[in-house]
Design a protein. Structure first.
Length: 242
């Protein structure tokens, strides 16, 4: 009866409660079933298609003969030697191009009025202003002494902050209950947000957070689903009566 009196959001996800009391699997068993068995299969299903899609995005660069660093490996002694000499020169040139892009971007450190430290992105503290125009009286329909038009990257603050709160709750829930569904949603935040914390000194902006915003919204949706429950859950009156 006590379990039914708990709010729906505090109960395990459907399908997970049956295993909540089970002891955690041994590390060796987890490694064998996960990394050793499923790992190679998942690698083949995910990594080669991702590499192919990435290379396809540079199709125009491969097709031209005068792209940036396009012939780098063919000049002088730039080509790789030893065990990597078999790699096509075009791929070697692309690798050098990507390395130069990375080196430039991680070293970019200039002042900018809308620069936003990644550590405050979740607070929505410093949105980027994309457009600003000031008007005087009588200009563009301005009926007072001064008017302005502005476009910023700020998200809906209520939805954003609720999503951040939901994400923090899911972090707690994952640590307390180890529900894989929660971990799956949070993985989007891990991949989309945490790497930026390695480069807090470079010039970055709030709108970069669009990379992980969908997963932040998924955190909110998941928590709302926990609170509302499933259609088959007992109604509050029925739960209280039980």
């Amino acid at each position: 009866m006590v379990r039914h009196l708990l709010p729906r959001g505090l109960r395990p996800l459907r399908g997970a409660h049956r295993h909540a009391a089970a002891p955690p699997p041994r590390l060796a068993a987890w490694f064998t079933a996960g990394a050793a068995v499923q790992g190679p299969v998942s690698f083949l299903l995910l990594v080669p298609p991702a590499i192919a899609a990435f290379l396809a995005s540079y199709a125009g660069w491969f097709a031209t003969s005068n792209g940036y660093f396009r012939n780098w490996a063919a000049v002088g002694a730039n080509a790789w030697q030893g065990g990597l000499a078999w790699v096509p020169l075009s791929i070697q040139s692309l690798w050098h191009y990507l390395a130069q892009q990375y080196a430039f971007n991680v070293g970019l450190d200039v002042t900018h009025p809308y620069r936003a430290d990644p550590r405050i992105w979740l607070l929505l503290y410093r949105p980027t202003q994309f457009y600003y125009e000031g008007y005087g009286y009588g200009e563009s329909g301005c009926t007072i002494d001064a008017c302005s038009a502005s476009i910023t990257s700020i998200a809906n603050p209520i939805i954003w902050w609720l999503s951040v709160a939901a994400m923090l709750y899911l972090v707690y829930r994952l640590a307390a209950r180890r529900e894989w569904r929660v971990g799956l949603v949070l993985m989007g935040m891990v991949v989309g947000y945490l790497p930026w914390l390695l480069y807090v000194n470079r010039t970055v902006f709030q709108f970069y957070s669009i990379a992980f915003e969908p997963y932040l919204i998924l955190c909110l949706a998941m928590v709302l689903g926990m609170i509302l429950g499933d259609r088959g859950d007992p109604r509050p009156a029925a739960r209280a009566a039980s």
